[in-house]
Each structure stands twice: as C-alpha cells, then as structure tokens.
Design a protein around this ligand. Structure first.
Ligand code: UTP
Length: 297
C-alpha cells in the first residue's frame, strides 16, 4: 500500500508576463479574485483534500506571498480594538490555514524545474502539485478524487479537461485509452502545447497532479523542451512510456475551473464568483444584465 499523501507543492515562481505591469512587483498568484488572492483559494483546496503540509516554490517578489500567510500584528490589534471581528476573522483565515514552507526556485527555468526544487521537502513519498494560478471551484472537488485514484493504482495521476480543439495549443495534450472507470483514462503519450492539427486529443492537462517520488529522478534527466524550459509534461511523457513506474492516469474533470494566469479567464472568474456571492450577487447581477444589454459589438 503506498503512503497516504500529506504534502502539497504549489509552484508560484513564474514571471507572470501575461499580466504585466500588474506583476512587475507582485507575483500573479497574489492577484485578487474578488477579495482573496488566487493563491489562498489554492491553499484552501489543498487543505480541503487533507493536505496541510504545503511547500510553495517562490521566485522574486516572494515577500507578498509569505506576508499573506503570516500574522500581521498591528492590523489584528486595530481590528480587535474597533471590535470588527468579521474583518479580523477574514485576516486570520489565511494565517491559520496550513503549515506553509517556502523554497526559492532561483531562475524560473520551467514548471518541471520548479517541481524538482521540492525534492528535499517531499522525500520519498507521493505528493500533490497544485498550480498557483489555476483555480478549481470548491463545489467540484477534484484533488481528493485524484488522491483516491493514486492510492488505488499506485500510479502518477494528472487532471485532464476537455477543451475546444482550437485551444489545445495552450496546454499539454494527452493520448489516452479507456479504463473501467468512466472518469479515468490511461495516458499513453503527452505533448506540450501541440498545434491543433497534430494534437493527440483535445484532453488538456490542467494544473493538478498527484505524483510519485520517481518523478524527481526523471526531472533531473529531463532536458529543456518547449520554450527552452524544463517541462513537467516531458517528464510525465517519460513516465507514461515506462510501465515500471506504475503508468500515468488522467482524471477527467467536468467541473468549474478558472485559469487566473490568463487575462480573459481571470476577468470571467471574478464576474462569475462575485455573481454567486451572497454579499455581492444581488447588486451585481441586475447591474451586469443592464450593462450587457447596453454593450454594442
Ligand atoms: P505559467 O507558464 O502559466 O507561468 O506556469 P508564467 O511563466 O508565470 O506565465 P506567463 O506566460 O509569463 O504569464 C504555470 C505555473 O507554474 C509556475 C507559475 O508560477 C504558475 O503557477 N512556474 C512556471 C514556476 O513556478 N516556475 C517556472 O519556472 C515556470
């Protein structure tokens, strides 16, 4: 039986160039989605799946990330003095969430390189990777399903999403075979950001992975690939072609996901989540309808 998974690794060291200038002095993972930074949703998701030991891979500007999950004594004292307990609770939510550790990536040489930096902390156990700019709606739990599959198959498990074929060039794409489980496929090959006409399918890898520690040895040997970066997808491709490592399986996700690293998806996520919020939705929905009616193409 494999060890139960306790550790989550959250890479948050990318340059976030699609969001410049907002990300000039701040990691994109700190951009607010309504009133919480994206990264807090991701840590909350890891904790909800039972992973309270979190390692963040950070880059330049890591202070904002560390500060967000730390105490802030003067603010807490001021709110307490005012008796504003609701705001005080909001401030403390991120502090008490998990046991968070940080390691610097150094040069941002790609997602595979970022994951490799987790080796010392993770040791010889399976672990989860959650990308810090990819949000999964808490109403559609994905990670716990992946952890369950990993334990059952003792394999590497990735999350897959069916995307429009015109979008597949933005993702890693998977060649797959069916399994007995309706939402699980066996992955026979992976290609990073393929052109639509040569993609093996329109099943895209999204930012959740449950990996075996063998991935570290593979990453050590993985040469820079697409964009000159060490790609996690290339390491997974190696694992998919080597049965001794247990194979690679995909859990096909059919729930709500928001890519906050992409401008248009980021805006959609804020509008959608705010519309559904009790404190904002009643005001926002009618305004939005009126606004949309007034917009000309
Ligand atoms: P992205 O490719 O979306 O991040 O990586 P990026 O490079 O910051 O984006 P743009 O294109 O310049 O806007 C997916 C995730 O992997 C992390 C990112 O922080 C993000 O959460 N990442 C990427 C690293 O931690 N290190 C890297 O070297 C690259």
């Amino acid at each position: 039986m494999p060890n139960p998974i306790t550790k989550a690794v959250i890479p948050a060291a990318g340059l976030g160039t699609r969001f410049l200038p907002a990300t000039k002095a701040m990691p994109k993972e700190m951009l607010p989605v309504v009133d919480k930074p994206a990264i807090q949703y991701v840590v909350e998701e890891a904790v909800a799946a039972g992973l309270s030991d979190v390692l963040m891979i950070t880059g330049r500007n890591k202070n904002a990330l560390e500060n967000h999950f730390d105490r802030v004594a003067e603010l807490e004292a001021t709110l307490e003095k005012k008796g504003d307990l609701a705001k005080l609770q909001r401030v403390n939510e991120s502090t008490d969430l998990a046991d968070i550790h940080y390691v610097r990536q150094g040069d941002p040489k790609g997602l595979g390189h970022a994951v490799l930096r987790a080796r010392m902390h993770v040791g010889d156990e399976p672990f989860a990777v959650l990308l810090g700019d990819d949000l999964i709606d808490e109403r559609d739990p994905l990670l716990s399903r992946m952890i369950e599959e990993q334990a059952k198959r003792n394999a590497t498990v990735v999350a897959l999403l069916e995307v429009d074929p015109s979008q597949i060039h933005l993702y890693g794409a998977a060649a797959v075979e069916k399994t007995d489980d309706d939402d699980v496929v066996r992955i026979t090959g992976l290609v990073e950001k393929p052109p639509a006409d040569s993609a093996p399918s329109n099943l895209a890898i999204i930012g959740r992975y449950v990996l075996r520690p063998e991935v570290f040895d593979v990453l050590e040997k993985t040469e820079p690939g697409k964009g000159g970066e060490i790609q996690l997808t290339d390491a997974l491709q190696t694992l998919a072609s080597d049965d001794s490592a247990g194979g690679v399986y995909g859990v096909v996700f059919r729930g709500r996901r928001y890519d906050t690293g992409d401008k248009i998806d980021y805006i959609k996520a804020i509008v959608q989540l705010a519309c559904e919020r009790e404190d904002l939705g009643n005001d926002l929905r009618p305004w939005l309808q009126e606004f949309v009616g007034s917009v000309r193409n």
